[in-house]
Design a protein around this ligand. Structure first.
Ligand SMILES: [Zn+2]
Length: 313
């Protein structure tokens, strides 16, 4: 095992770390180049996903930029950042959607066993309900936020989640396979730096992720921004939780300030991904600042509805 992999494993080994994972054969540069050359540009995705809202509908993987690929379904994103020492995956999709994700990874010429780390956006079944299946098939370690840790491990919703009680429990994951990162502190995974940004609101533990990817001398900042939609169970009022609303606003401000060339979101429709693909420019269209402004406007609208007595009465 290379010193680099050991260093990464050591950095992932927080309190509950057990024996290191077995060595994984390096993906040759040729495999990375072949994936980049063979992956579609997203036009096939746009064609297959006209009815994009189907969370488990099979969709073809496509190349985003550099070593970044979209490997999700029509309705739910999963993002693969490939590397010679192994791959980082963000989100798994639903329990069934995870099968599509693993199949898409194989189609790109990569092996699920080489997925070494899985990161999370927010702790709901449509984005992390398939984590256990990905974990079973890859042995990957899972990194999440401190607030989402118990939900990911137990599969049970956080009582502070505005949607608590609305969803069935998810499959639990062995405690020693899940670790929490510190939002705001960059984490180096398999040689690449990722910045986790706390963007609570849709859930208490929601994260936005930012990383750099390059094609030759051209580098772009890619942002996978969380849903940030003020959705809740019938009897929840955001206005009853002023600290939570303030944290929600703070996260939106952090998101708006991010260096953000390419914006991706857990629900592709939220950032108009299909329109961007049809326009042939994933770096165009909605920016992080515009996305954050849109989400803030929706939050204000929701708070206004609550003030008018229209919700949660
Ligand atoms: Zn959700």
């Amino acid at each position: 095992m290379s010193g680099r992999i050991l260093a990464v494993l050591a950095s992932l080994c927080l309190a509950a770390c057990v024996a290191p994972q077995p060595p994984v054969p390096r993906a040759s540069t040729g495999v990375l180049d072949a994936a980049r050359a063979s992956a579609g540009d997203g036009s096939a995705w746009a064609e297959a996903c006209e009815d994009w809202d189907d969370w488990d509908k099979r969709a073809p993987a496509f190349h985003v930029f550099g070593d970044t690929y979209h490997v999700g379904t029509c309705g739910i994103s999963a993002i693969l950042i490939a590397g010679a020492d192994g791959h980082v995956l963000i989100d798994s999709g639903t329990r069934n959607g995870a099968r599509v994700v693993l199949s898409n990874i194989r189609t790109l010429g990569f092996q699920p066993e080489n997925v070494r780390v899985v990161l999370t956006s927010h702790e709901h079944f449509d984005h992390v309900g398939g984590l256990w299946w990905v974990q079973e098939n890859s042995g990957a370690r899972i990194l999440t936020s401190p607030q989402a840790l118990d939900v990911i491990e137990s599969g049970e919703a956080d009582a502070a989640d505005p949607q608590a009680g609305m969803h069935d429990p998810m499959h639990p994951i062995a405690r020693h396979m899940v670790s929490a990162i510190e939002p705001g502190e960059p984490v180096t995974l398999l040689g690449r730096e990722f910045l986790p940004v706390a963007t609570p609101g849709h859930t208490p533990g929601a994260l936005t992720w930012q990383w750099q990817d390059c094609e030759g001398a051209e580098c772009r900042s890619v942002v996978y921004a969380d849903s940030l939609s003020a959705v809740s169970s019938d009897d929840y009022r955001f206005s009853d939780h002023p600290d939570y609303v303030q944290a929600y606003r703070d996260g939106l401000a952090r998101l708006a300030a991010l260096d953000c060339d390419v914006l991706l979101t857990p629900h592709p429709s939220a950032s108009h991904m299909r329109d961007k693909l049809l326009a042939g420019d994933l770096a165009g269209g909605m920016t992080c600042a515009a996305y954050a402004a849109d989400r803030l406007a929706r939050l204000e609208q929701r708070l206004e509805q609550e003030a008018q007595g229209g919700i949660g009465q």
